[in-house]
Design a protein around this ligand. Structure first.
Ligand SMILES: [Ca+2]
Length: 305
């Protein structure tokens, strides 16, 4: 598989867009500027102390288009009734973040940090910017699906990417949430087993932060083993918002995008507070678009040309 790194230095470049301008406020990402933290961030963003795994966190992974078996077989232990199995085609290759969006990545764009786990006792590299606590490498949480849309809009705008509406139909290059099918395709990484590493749950502690090892909190992204596509924390740490409206009976076989309307949006992957059953690749849950939880975050994708 060809390795891509087009997410590379994405967030650093946002910062540099801001810092390269002396007075012109319109050149700053508005979150940064509104928060008045451009100066304070120079040391923070450029210091390896706060980016211990900078390259890995910033990296995106190219996922080649293809067919896969979505959902779980009827005999999978622990299966729920909403995991209907079917063959799904992903007709366009895409790029996905190797990690969940971190608190620092959120802060750099929005100038805020809504995360619950943002206190000194929550991480080893805690920082404080203008009274805002940040665990820079922990995933951002307590962001609703609607909040994520605002983040996506600001991110695309700050990077000067045109024509984006936060939809799977966006032109190539736009950052957006993955569809549920894209998420599961990337999470499975070619497997049709309960987990991306097989059916036996015992290695889960090496791949995921969950009930058995999390200490009831989030952890810095990218510390556990990645799946076969090089993606971290697809099992556990925080649940991840995807684009689709929730339905108990998912359908569609080519680039499915979920129902055209609904009351809840889908979350995937399980989180730090759940037992193994909820971290299986096929597990589906949901929340209203305004729902905020300290167990739910997200990661972004973009369609490739
Ligand atoms: Ca996750």
């Amino acid at each position: 598989m060809k390795k891509e790194n087009t997410f590379g230095a994405l967030f650093l470049s946002i910062f540099l867009i801001g810092s390269s301008s002396s007075n012109s406020s319109d050149r700053y990402p508005s979150g940064l500027h509104d928060a008045g933290v451009i100066g304070d961030l120079a040391e923070v963003v450029l210091s390896e102390k706060y980016w211990p795994s900078f390259e890995r966190i910033e990296k995106g992974e190219r996922i080649e288009k293809g067919d896969f078996i979505m959902g779980s077989p009827s005999n999978e232990p622990g299966r729920f009734g909403n995991e209907r199995q079917r063959v799904v085609r992903i007709s366009k290759s895409f790029e996905i973040m190797t990690t969940e969006v971190t608190q620092m990545q959120w802060f750099l764009v929005m100038g805020s940090n809504p995360s619950y786990f943002n206190r000194a006792q929550d991480c080893h590299n805690h920082i404080d910017i203008n009274g805002k606590g940040i665990c820079p490498n922990n995933p951002v949480e307590r962001v609703s699906w609607d909040d994520v849309q605002k983040y996506v809009e600001k991110l695309n705008s700050a990077l000067g990417i045109q024509g984006c509406e936060g939809s799977p139909k966006d032109p190539a290059g736009c950052y957006r949430l993955p569809t549920e099918a894209e998420w599961e395709y990337a999470a499975r990484a070619g497997t049709d087993t309960a987990y991306s590493f097989g059916n036996n749950k015992s290695p889960l502690k090496d791949y995921a932060w969950y009930y058995e090892n999390s200490g009831r909190q989030t952890h810095p992204v990218g510390l556990k083993k990645p799946n076969g596509e090089g993606l971290y924390d697809m099992h556990g740490n925080v649940w991840e918002w995807v684009q689709d409206w929730y339905t108990k009976t998912p359908a569609g076989t080519v680039d499915p995008m979920g129902p055209s309307t609904g009351s809840n949006r889908v979350i995937r992957g399980g989180g730090w507070g759940h037992v193994a059953r909820f971290l299986r690749s096929a597990v589906r849950d949901s929340g209203s678009p305004s729902y905020r939880s300290y167990a739910v975050g997200f990661r972004l994708v973009r369609t490739l040309p």
